[in-house]
Design a protein around this ligand. Sequence first.
Ligand code: FAD
Length: 413
Amino acid sequence: MTETNWAGNLTYGASALHEPASIDELSALVAAAPAVRGLGSRHSFNRIADTTGIQVSAAGLPALVEVDAAGRTVTVSAGLRYGELVEDLDRAGWALHNLASLPHISVAGAIATGTHGSGDRNGSLASSVAGLELVTADGSVSTVRRGDPDFDGMVVSLGCLGIVTKVMLDIVPTFDVRQDVYEGVSWESIADNLDAITASAYSVSMFTDWSDAGAGQAWLKSRADVTPPDEFFGGRPATRALHPLPDESAEFTTGQLGAPGKWWDRLPHFRLGFTPSNGQELQTEYLVPRPHALAAIDAVRTLASVIRPLLFVSELRTIAADGLWLSPSHDIDCLAIHFTWRMQVPEVTALLPALDDALAPFAARPHWGKVFESDHDRLLAAYPRLNDFRTLADRLDPEGTFTNELTSRWLDR
Ligand SMILES: Cc1cc2nc3c(=O)[nH]c(=O)nc-3n(C[C@H](O)[C@H](O)[C@H](O)COP(=O)(O)OP(=O)(O)OC[C@H]3O[C@@H](n4cnc5c(N)ncnc54)[C@H](O)[C@@H]3O)c2cc1C
């Protein structure tokens, strides 16, 4: 098989990719295979979705977007990409609380890695999961709901517990959002005002290349009826639409300059139907507990001279705490420090241990779907429920059907 991930930095080692059209077909596949991994839209940058056995995609299962207005939830088929469900949901009068930078990713794949957007009061996408249906190693179908004993361990699963077939998500009434971009917020201003900056809109993202200038762009996503500031902590309002990467077209990005739009057309940075980000890239991200945010930024700045030659851009975002065991924002509000690297695999790989060492003192937690070098002991220190998750995986998947080389290393399992 010669299937690659979205970025093309790796070719999966799986023997076959299956896309069953029914739960019965999926159950039979899983029950018969000694090694299986779920595959989403392939947007992860490491081998988290790989296996020596078969990959199974939930994208061929019947599409489902079923709103329960009274319960304020929507149940969706797990293989759907967010971009494929948001308009149906919106037409029914509802919204999700947040989205990642791109709508191209599958629901199952996003929640398995703790994928997030931005906003002081916005938890990760996994935090809005109210229930799951999954096919476990013996081929049987299980459901779990928020409040059930294993639930907090099962949502951010790294794909280790089974093939997720349906996901129930919390919904909120639909809302319109405006997006305003500011240019030039200095490091001094960020140091003096970080909490005020990140609290100043529904979702705030700052983009930096780690030069002494600070954040070249700050993207504010606000409710459409909010009047944005004339100046943003020293930053000036952009006078034309911008892409976070200076050489890329703003045509790829969601509407800016304050034009109101639907939540699903403003909360992501990138539009479905266009290449998100650069395409020829790698990504790394660490979530740092908010009390350490400024110290962690300073620690990364000390590496600026080795980071900058390999970098397209970095993004700083905030994420609210959730209770999910393997969520990078488990139990504490976080600042996310993200790196979009040039596709220089050996050079980036060589830099990753230094980055991990620089951020380890701040209990930084790596994003599971991006490239990083953290060993089991380091992950155990950062994720206090890691061993509880291992025990859960041992119970739900005793033969290790859904384990792969990477998760086995991370979990020491
Ligand atoms: C351009 C770009 C921008 C990004 N922006 C963000 C961002 O804003 N915020 C952020 O947090 N991350 C971001 N990411 C990372 C991305 O959201 C994660 O890597 C996410 O997990 C990818 O989802 P996917 O559907 O592609 O899953 P895959 O990469 O295919 O798989 C990810 C994991 O999900 C598991 N999985 C997939 N489907 C199933 C299933 N049905 N059942 C069980 N397990 C399953 C896989 O086994 C694997 O463990 C970005 C990535 C790219 C390429």
